[in-house]
Write a new protein. Structure first.
Length: 218
């Protein structure tokens, strides 16, 4: 789900649709079928002219663009690896990174041309979420299957660190200045430093107050 201009956009996976809810009228005022299986996750381009959504069981990404008017949209289906789910746009809006949940891979899509630029393996068992740091230098992937939080160098396209957190990590939250990250996973929360800052990547368990922990710019 994502709020844009005061309206809530969401997906209905089994029904293969994207929809929009208007809180002011308390109505769902727009539906768009994708024709793809398990439409899940939503992102808007920086200019809000394009919606990107992952179609998990069709191994594709849909790029849905505004054309002439509010009701006119055009869908481009972009084939990627097996089970795309976690995805994020680079802060400059030029690249869409997509983690494959079923083949351990990752696809990088040119957001303008809507074509895959690069695909490579990140050796995950079940990628769940993917998130850029605000400065665009790092990409974090939660591996739901292996219990890892994977950190990649976005420019070099390589792994920097793999943090074993246990459980099944899912959501990733990063503070606006990029200094700290938290990943939620089955009753636990992980706080971590940036790569190169040793000793601060251990999981944090609830019991006292949950805390954020630095990502250290070492």
């Amino acid at each position: 789900m994502v709020f844009v201009d005061g309206e809530l956009y969401f997906t209905a996976e089994e029904n293969k649709v994207i929809a929009r809810y208007d809180p002011s009228s308390n109505k769902v005022d727009w539906l768009l079928g994708t024709g793809q299986n398990r439409t899940h996750m939503l992102l808007f381009s920086k200019d809000r002219s394009t919606i990107f959504t992952a179609n998990v069981d069709s191994d594709s990404i849909s790029a849905i663009q505004h054309t002439l008017g509010r009701a006119d949209w055009r869908e481009t289906v972009i084939p990627v690896g097996k089970g795309p789910e976690g995805m994020d746009l680079s802060p400059d809006g030029k690249e869409l990174w997509v983690a494959h949940s079923e083949d351990g891979g990752l696809s990088i899509i040119n957001a303008d041309t809507q074509k895959v630029m690069q695909t490579f393996s990140v050796q995950t068992k079940h990628s769940n979420r993917l998130k850029f740091t605000p400065d665009g230098k790092l990409v974090l992937i939660s591996d739901y299957g292996a219990g890892d939080l994977l950190i990649l160098d976005a420019r070099a396209r390589r792994e920097v660190k793999r943090i074993k957190v246990g459980g099944a990590p899912a959501g990733i939250l990063i503070v606006p200045d990029g200094s700290r990250v938290r990943s939620r996973y089955r009753g636990r929360q992980l706080g971590s430093d940036r790569p190169g800052k040793a000793g601060n990547d251990r999981p944090r368990f609830p019991g006292s107050r949950p805390r954020w922990h630095g990502l250290g710019r070492g």
